[in-house]
Design a protein around this ligand. Structure first.
Ligand SMILES: [Zn+2]
Length: 271
């Protein structure tokens, strides 16, 4: 991490952090692990259709994350939490691996618009892609016990996926998937209340000394972090942007002198 960044953060009144896909778990180890390979093959065979296959893979990936999460990434989040200690910050993350939630960062100051593993949903939708099923008026299942039971089953399944009970929708009896952007019929209500908080926080950055730190944000969903951040820094004369990315670290011409490009993998940069 550069001394320049530490100085900017120390002086800033507010800090906005954007986290992109370069920070996300790659699951490289999963494809080299015989236990998970076996489960993935069985998921392929057991699934009745594409949706079900995706859901089964999500449960297997979550199990992997809970047991084999990349140490370096976890350390990177810890140093980010350390860096932001005592600051007025907000974090927007495009990652769906939920590693950020074990970092010590304040959950009430994080928004993850691509979802993650903290809620389940039914994948059935009508022709307008609107959710079909709602249980007790709720479209998300947020009780941890529901997916934790699957994790326990996977722990003792001996590599046999048919020994695992997967939760199903109370309305249509189809398997529940995780509330993530890649899930068909993604239910955005999972993050919208945090998004509203973030928008409100952003309004408060006007004319404040703002430090923006972009970590591994490439061109995936550029309307969520990359483009808005450039606009914020352009219009706020007291803002400064640090853009850390291994390839897409370039700064727009209009922001010359208002930001620093750092060519680095964000995980390596932080630890
Ligand atoms: Zn359903």
């Amino acid at each position: 991490m550069t001394e320049e960044l530490r100085e900017h953060i120390a002086k800033a009144q507010m800090v906005l952090v954007g986290i992109g896909k370069e920070m996300e778990e790659s699951f490289l180890g999963l494809s080299n692990d015989p236990f998970y390979q076996r489960l993935m093959c069985q998921a392929e065979k057991a699934a009745q259709n594409e949706k079900e296959r995706l859901a089964l893979q999500q449960y297997i990936k979550l199990h992997y994350l809970r047991h084999h999460a990349d140490r370096n990434r976890l350390d990177a989040y810890k140093s980010l939490a350390e860096l932001l200690k005592g600051k007025n910050y907000f974090v927007v993350s495009l990652c769906t691996d939920d590693l950020i939630f074990s970092s010590g960062l304040d959950e009430s100051k994080i928004v993850a618009p691509c979802g993650g593993y903290r809620a389940l949903q039914c994948m059935e939708t009508d022709q307008q892609s609107q959710p079909l099923c709602r249980t007790d008026q709720e479209s998300l299942v947020v009780q941890e016990e529901v997916w934790k039971q699957v994790m326990d089953d996977l722990d003792c399944c001996d590599g046999e996926l048919d020994r695992v009970d997967f939760p199903v929708c109370a309305e249509c009896s189809h398997i529940l998937a995780f509330n993530q952007i890649e899930t068909p019929g993604y239910r955005e209500e999972g993050y919208l209340s945090q998004w509203a908080k973030y928008k409100q926080w952003l309004q408060g950055t006007l004319n404040r000394k703002l430090c923006v730190l972009e970590l591994g944000v490439g061109m995936e969903y550029p309307m969520v972090i990359r483009f808005p951040v450039e606009k914020i820094v352009f219009f706020n004369q007291n803002a400064f942007l640090f853009r850390v990315h291994s390839r897409l670290y370039q700064m727009a011409e209009e922001l010359k002198g208002r930001g620093a490009s750092i060519k680095s993998d964000p995980v390596r940069f932080l630890v």
